[in-house]
Ligand binder design. Structure first.
Ligand code: NZQ
Ligand code: ZN
Length: 385
C-alpha cells in the first residue's frame, strides 16, 4: 500500500427532510450569507422556497447570486468575488450540484486573495485563507460536497482546470434524497456514471495488495449499478435515492482510494471534452472510460479480471474474453441509461483530438495505471470515436 493521510472534515447531514436544517446549520457560522445557486431548477422544484424559509426561520439574512451554469464559468465567479467583498460576506451556502459547489469554492478562495482567482487553477498560487461554505446537495454526481477540489472553466480559451486545497472542504453538506426527485433523466444518468467513474479512478490502480480498498470499491460499484436503474424507473423511489446519494458521497470523499496510487486520467481527458463541447461531465465519462479501459487493461490485467468477475459477474476463464465482456457490459449499462458510448453518437469528430490530447497532458504525463502521453490520449480519443 501507499502511504497516506486521511482527513475529511465535512459534517454530513443525511436523510429525508434534512434540508429543513439548512438555516440552523448556517446560523452556527454567520447571520448574513451569500446564497449561491444555478439556473431555474431550484425555483421550479420548490427547493428554493424550502431553503429560504429555513434560513428565515433561523434568522439568517441572505443576498443571492444565481445563474451558475453546468461546467461553471470564471466570469460569474469574478462577479461573486466582487459581490462578497462589497457586501462583506463571509459565508456562502451553495444549493445545487458540482457546478454550484465548485463555483462557491472558487468565490470563497478568491475573496481574500489579492491576485486573480484563476491563479489557483493554473497552479501559480495556493489559497491561504477562504470564506466558509455550506452545501445543500441537489444532485448526486460530482461528489464536490465532500471533496477538497473545485473545477472551473475559463471562457478565454475554454480551459477547464481544477485545484485542491483543504480550504475547499465545506463546513457541512446536507444530503436530502427528497431533493433528487425533480432531476431530469439525463442528469440522473450522467450523475450515475460520474459516481461510478470516481470509484473506478481509485480502483484501477497499479498498487497491488490493498484488499480493503478493492472490496470497498467493488461494493460501492455494485450498489450504484443496482440502484441507478431504480431511480431512473421511478424518480420518487426515495429508498433507492438514499442509496445513490450516499454512494455518490462515499465515492468521492477520499476514503475509497486510500493506500492506492489513484489514476484520474479519464477525468483529465474528459475535462477537455466538456470544456470544448459543453457536455455533461458524466456523459463525457461514459464515452471516455470504456475507451481508456480498452487501451490500458493489459498493463495490469488481474485488476480487470477482478472487476469483470466481482462487479459485472463475468465468469469466463479466458482473461482476454473476460475483459472484453466486462467492457461490453459496461457500455451496455451506460447505453441502457440512455447515454452515448461513442463520440460520433454525440456529433463529435476528430478535428480537435490532437489539441485536446496536448491540453490534457499540459502538466506532464497523466494517470497512474498507465502514465499517458499526448499520443496515448489521442489514441484513446480514436478508440472512443
Ligand atoms: O442549473 P440548474 O437549473 O440548477 O440545473 C442543474 C443543471 O442543469 C440540474 N439540477 C441539479 N439539481 C437538480 C437539477 N435539476 C432538477 N432538480 C434538481 N434537484 O442538473 C444540471 C447539472 O448540474 P451540475 O451541478 O452541473 O451537475 P454535477 O453535480 O454533475 O456537476 C458537474 C460539475 O462538477 C465537476 C464537473 O467537471 C462539472 O463541472 N466536478 C467536480 C468535482 C469536484 N469538485 O470534486 C469532481 C468531479 O469529477 C467533476 O469533475
Ligand atoms: Zn467526476
Amino acid at each position: 500500500m501507499e502511504k497516506f493521510v486521511w482527513y475529511n472534515p465535512v459534517r454530513i447531514l443525511f436523510g429525508r427532510g434534512e434540508c429543513e436544517n439548512a438555516g440552523r446549520m448556517v446560523r452556527q457560522y454567520a447571520n448574513r450569507i451569500l446564497l449561491h445557486y444555478g439556473g431555474g431548477s431550484i425555483r421550479a422544484s420548490g427547493i428554493y422556497k424550502r431553503i429560504t424559509e429555513a434560513l428565515r426561520k433561523a434568522g439568517v439574512d441572505y443576498i443571492e447570486l444565481g445563474g451558475v451554469r453546468p461546467n461553471p464559468r470564471l466570469s460569474l465567479v469574478r462577479e461573486g468575488i466582487e459581490l462578497c467583498r462589497r457586501e462583506q460576506i463571509d459565508f456562502i451556502l451553495a444549493v445545487g450540484g458540482g457546478s454550484v459547489i465548485d463555483s462557491a469554492k472558487a468565490i470563497a478562495t478568491g475573496v481574500p486573495y489579492p491576485g486573480d482567482v484563476w491563479d489557483f487553477y493554473e497552479g501559480r498560487a495556493l489559497p491561504e485563507e477562504a470564506l466558509k461554505i455550506g452545501v445543500v446537495l441537489t444532485i448526486p454526481a460530482a461528489g464536490s460536497e465532500s471533496s477538497d477540489g473545485t473545477v472551473l472553466t475559463n471562457e478565454e480559451g475554454m480551459l477547464k482546470r481544477s485545484f485542491c486545497s483543504p480550504l475547499c472542504y465545506p463546513k457541512f453538506s446536507i444530503l436530502d434524497p427528497e431533493l433528487c426527485r425533480s432531476l431530469p433523466i439525463h442528469q440522473i444518468a450522467a450523475g450515475g456514471v460520474d459516481i461510478l467513474a470516481h470509484i473506478m479512478e481509485r480502483y484501477f490502480s497499479p498498487t497491488a495488495g490493498n484488499a480493503l480498498s478493492d472490496h470497498l470499491c467493488e461494493g460501492a460499484m455494485c450498489t450504484l449499478i443496482e440502484q441507478i436503474p431504480r431511480v431512473m424507473a421511478d424518480k420518487n423511489d426515495l429508498d433507492a435515492w438514499e442509496q445513490v446519494m450516499w454512494t455518490g458521497n462515499v465515492a468521492h470523499n477520499g476514503l475509497l482510494g486510500k493506500g492506492n496510487a489513484e489514476d484520474w486520467a479519464s477525468h483529465e481527458i474528459e475535462h477537455e471534452l466538456s470544456a470544448l463541447y459543453d457536455i455533461a461531465h458524466g456523459a463525457g465519462l461514459a464515452v471516455i472510460f470504456p475507451a481508456w479501459m480498452k487501451y490500458v487493461w493489459r498493463e495490469h490485467p488481474d485488476k480487470f479480471v477482478c472487476f469483470a468477475r466481482r462487479v459485472l459477474g463475468v465468469m469466463t476463464d479466458d482473461q482476454e474474453r473476460a475483459v472484453e465482456q466486462a467492457i461490453e457490459k459496461l457500455e451496455e449499462f451506460f447505453g441502457g441509461l440512455g447515454l452515448a458510448v461513442r463520440l460520433s453518437e454525440i456529433n463529435i469528430d476528430d478535428r480537435y483530438f490532437r489539441e485536446m490530447a496536448e491540453k490534457a497532458c499540459k502538466g506532464g504525463r497523466i494517470g497512474a495505471f498507465w502514465e499517458l502521453e499526448p499520443d496515448d490520449v489521442e489514441k484513446i480519443f480514436y478508440l472512443a470515436l
